[in-house]
Design a protein. Structure first.
Length: 89
């Protein structure tokens, strides 16, 4: 990104799992716990590393914060670069 005139901007790809907004907190916690356990297993880590992935896991609160931080970062990058959406027809 520095070569494009955007110093200090680091881009990476990430994935997350989402459910309905009204999902009960105890279901979110149970699912999150199972997912984190899966991501921490040695077999999962090895298989993900073989394809260049790293499973970080974490809490739904941490994901919410990370997404808000990403929005701030990329909103600034888009505004600073004067990027606009165009119709691709």
């Amino acid at each position: 990104m520095g070569e494009l005139g955007l110093p200090g901007v680091y881009a990476s790809t990430w994935w997350a799992l989402f459910g309905p907004s009204n999902l009960p907190p105890e279901i979110v916690a149970k699912f999150n716990s199972a997912l984190n356990k899966f991501l921490q297993s040695e077999d999962t880590r090895k298989q993900m590393a073989q394809i260049g992935f790293q499973g970080l896991g974490g809490s739904s609160e941490a994901l919410t914060k990370m997404m808000a931080d990403e929005r701030v970062l990329w909103s600034k990058v888009i505004a600073d670069a004067n990027l606009k959406m165009t119709d691709q027809k």
